[in-house]
Structures are given as structure tokens and as C-alpha cells.
Design a protein around this ligand. Structure first.
Ligand code: GLU
Length: 444
């Protein structure tokens, strides 16, 4: 039986979860869940000076929102200090570490076994082996700190104790850790656990379009900011997965984490940095919105505070149905849910007639009403309404830009709306007719 894959995401709560961290978490989640493995969450809060108070909550909420659920309880390093000290003491006793009295206090440092030997490292995807040779890079063999003077462990030490404890088989993280891999190898050996060495997948960073390190300047945000702006979690996950990874063909739309999981393969992660493209995110978000059933969309827009439930659900769904093809975020739905769908506008007569004279507009309205009222209720459909209005327009010998803007103002009092016939269909026959009749009175 193949061994179960166990991955973890191990953020430091020194800031909120952003696109880069979310990608590491997503890759680790997808990789574990591919074959029924486990994805774990660990909070690496040993750098006490840099803690941000609500970062842990924000990180967890971000992961939950994205659907990246973790196995078991969260492991918090600050609660395991005794364990790290115990393990460090063991290394001291075994001669692999030493206590050292220093300016800020006593620390425990790793002691390389003598004589120093080159270490060969095999990270990620069959990249070339890296040789770290003390002859050429002596600094790589410094006696690095395991336990700091404040009693807390360093990242270099604690993460290994925890990965061992939780049986992590695959470590997915940024490639800035590659230059320390030989230290980690040495600790596993010193602990007598070389057998439990995980596979290391070090992922290249994400850059902005100008090839600089990704930052807010490139439009990259914290995960929950995307939620606030009306992005769907599955769209953000879809987008993030494609930064530096592709399924090997040109498929870009993945409806769900499940679809991503099936296609995902760490061996297809690019070796060069991924590039962040906010335009692509907006496009993908639009595609995900289109793919939602109207009821779902309504629910999610309402939950996110982007839609205030109106008259009744079925009607709301129809209004919303007009929007799905043209919005790219849920926030844009606020523009669609304009008042005219729910209440007849009070149109000023000047605005209504514009450059025409009231009598002429009166004639237009009369003809429009004459033919629209003939349409049976069951045929009150966008295409029939469009045909009817165009027939009237031909009969009156008018250009679309003469007749339709007037009708738009009459019924909505808005300058821009979805296609007029779509709006008429959603409003329904009697409401549309009653608004047209009210305008007739206004110009009489
Ligand atoms: N706390 C480390 C970080 O946030 C974790 C690195 C790792 O995954 O091992 O970068």
C-alpha cells in the first residue's frame, strides 16, 4: 500500500494571509488531498517580537473561506516549548549541540559532526543535486542556533521536531529555504531520524508583472480583501493555482477545489517564478460567477452583503440573471440591483422627452403600448419584446438611438441598463405597461 501523504502549511502569524502564502497552502492541500492524504495546519509563532495579534485568526478564516480544511487540531509552536527544549537537550547530550553563553543570554547551537563533510541535497522535481561543501562555503556550516536566549526555538529547529511529530511526508514551501536544506538534513541525522526525512518541494516565488517581488503595488491583496471585494473563493483558488502551475494543457477554468485536486501535480510546477496577473483573476471570477446557478449566486451575494433581498426570491433571481454575464465581481451586482427593478422611477418630463417634443413622444408611446399590450403574457419574453419594439420603430421610421433611449428613461430613469427587452421581461408585462402608461400621461 502506498504511504499516506501528509503535508502541512506552517505560517508565521506575523502578518495576514496573502496570495503567496495562500498558494503554498493551496499546493500543500491539493497535494495531500489528491490521494486521500492529510493536510495539517501549524502556527509558527516563536518569533515573539514580530507577532501580529489577529494574524492567526485571519489566516484561519482565510483558509476556511478558501475551503482548505485542515486535519485535526492546529499545532501552535508556542505551546510546545518544553518539547523543543527537551529535544535540544538530547542533542547536547549526544554531542550534536552545545550551550553557549552569549551577550543576550544562553543559547543552544547546533554542532556539526567533525570532520565537516560535504552534504548532497536533492530538492524538488529531480533538480540537480546541490552539493554544499564546507571547503567552498564555510559559512553554510556555521553553528546555527536551535534554542534562542528567550527560550524559544528557531524556525530551523522547531519545524523539524514538528514535522517529525506529525509524520509529515511532503514539505511544500518557498524556495528561500533551499539554502538551509543541508542544515535540516544534519538535524534529522543528529536526531537519528534520517529515515523520516520528508520530500522537499521548494516552490519558486510569485512576481509582479514588472518581475519585482509581489506586493500590494501589483494589486496583490490579503485573501480576505478579495472576499470583501466580491471574489468567489473557488475563483481565487483557481487563479492562485495557475500561478506557476498548469495542468499540461491550456485548460484554465476549474470549477472547484475537487477539479483542481484531480488535475494538480507538483511535478508540473514551473521552475521559474510565477507571475501575478490581476486581470486574469477578474476574468476567472467572472467565469465562476457565470457558472453559478441563479439561486446559488443570490445566496452567496446576499451572504457577502452584496445583495439586499428584494421583493421575492424568484424575482430577485431573475434580476440577478440579467447580471451574470456582465459582472466580474459580486460587488458589481450592487450596480445591477438598482431601484428601478423594485419601484417605478419618478421621471422628470424634461428628461423624458429630451430633444423631442412631448407630442412626438406621446405618439411613440402610444404605438409601443398598442403593440406590446397585444403580446400575450406567455410570450412576454425578451426576444418577442425586442422584435415588437423593432417593428414599431420601423413603422415610425426611427433609428434605434432615437426610440430606445426614451423608452429606457421612461421605464428605468437610468442611462445605462441591461438590454431594454431583458429589463422589460424581468419587470413583467403589467409593470412595464403601467410605467409606459404613466409616461403617456406625463407628456399628454
Ligand atoms: N513559518 C515558515 C514560513 O512562514 C514556514 C516554512 C515552512 O513551510 O517550513 O515561511
Amino acid at each position: 500500500m502506498a504511504e499516506k501523504v501528509i503535508t502541512r502549511f506552517a505560517p508565521s502569524p506575523t502578518g495576514y494571509l496573502h496570495v503567496g502564502g495562500a498558494r503554498t497552502a493551496l499546493f500543500a492541500w491539493l497535494w495531500a488531498k489528491k490521494d486521500g492524504g492529510e493536510f495539517r495546519l501549524r502556527i509558527e509563532d516563536t518569533d515573539r517580537k514580530r507577532l501580529v495579534e489577529d494574524a492567526e485568526d485571519q489566516i484561519k478564516e482565510s483558509l476556511e473561506w478558501l475551503g482548505l480544511d485542515w486535519h485535526d487540531t492546529v499545532l501552535r509552536q508556542s505551546e510546545r516549548i518544553d518539547e523543543y527544549r527537551k529535544q535540544a537537550k538530547r542533542l547536547v547530550e549526544a554531542g550534536f549541540a552545545r550551550e553557549s553563553a552569549e551577550k543576550e543570554g544562553t543559547v543552544i547551537r547546533f554542532k556539526w559532526p567533525e570532520p565537516l563533510r560535504p552534504v548532497a541535497i536533492e530538492p524538488f522535481q529531480g533538480r540537480q543535486k546541490i552539493m554544499v561543501d564546507p571547503q567552498t562555503v564555510a559559512s553554510a556550516f556555521e553553528e546555527f542556533v536551535l534554542i534562542k536566549s528567550d527560550g524559544y526555538p528557531t524556525y530551523n529547529f522547531a519545524h523539524i521536531i514538528d514535522d517529525l511529530e506529525t509524520g509529515v511526508t511532503d514539505v511544500i514551501r518557498g524556495d528561500e529555504f533551499t539554502s538551509s536544506l543541508h542544515k535540516y538534513y544534519a538535524i534529522y541525522q543528529a536526531l537519528g531520524r534520517a529515515d523520516a526525512l520528508p520530500r522537499f518541494y521548494h516552490v519558486p516565488p510569485i512576481l509582479g508583472s514588472d518581475k519585482a517581488k509581489l506586493s500590494k503595488r501589483h494589486g496583490a491583496q490579503d485573501v480576505l480583501d478579495y472576499r470583501a471585494e466580491g471574489y468567489l473563493p473557488e475563483a481565487l483558488a483557481n487563479f492562485i493555482a495557475l500561478i506557476g502551475w498548469n495542468p499540461g494543457d491550456d485548460r484554465e477554468f476549474f470549477a472547484s477545489l475537487d477539479e483542481l485536486r484531480e488535475a494538480f501535480d507538483l511535478s508540473k510546477v514551473q521552475r521559474s517564478p510565477g507571475v501575478f496577473d490581476p486581470e486574469k483573476l477578474a476574468w476567472l471570477n467572472g467565469e465562476h460567477i457565470k457558472a453559478l446557478a441563479p439561486g446559488d449566486l443570490l445566496e452567496r451575494a446576499a451572504t457577502g452583503g452584496f445583495w439586499e433581498p428584494g421583493r421575492d426570491r424568484a424575482y430577485d433571481e431573475r434580476v440577478l440573471g440579467l447580471a451574470t454575464d456582465r459582472v466580474r465581481t459580486l460587488a458589481e451586482l450592487r450596480d445591477i440591483r438598482t431601484g428601478y427593478f423594485y419601484e417605478a422611477p419618478k421621471v422628470a418630463v424634461d428628461r423624458l422627452v429630451g430633444k423631442e417634443n412631448p407630442e412626438t413622444v406621446g405618439v411613440w408611446l402610444e404605438r409601443v403600448l398598442r403593440d406590446l399590450t397585444k403580446l400575450p403574457e406567455a410570450e412576454w419574453k425578451s426576444d418577442r419584446i425586442e422584435r415588437t419594439l423593432n417593428d414599431v420603430r420601423d413603422e415610425l421610421d426611427l433609428e434605434p438611438k432615437q426610440l430606445f433611449p426614451v423608452l429606457r428613461i421612461v421605464v428605468t430613469d437610468a442611462d445605462r441598463t441591461p438590454p431594454l427587452w431583458d429589463v422589460f421581461e424581468v419587470l413583467g408585462k403589467s409593470e412595464t405597461v403601467s410605467r409606459l402608461e404613466a409616461a403617456q400621461d406625463l407628456v399628454a
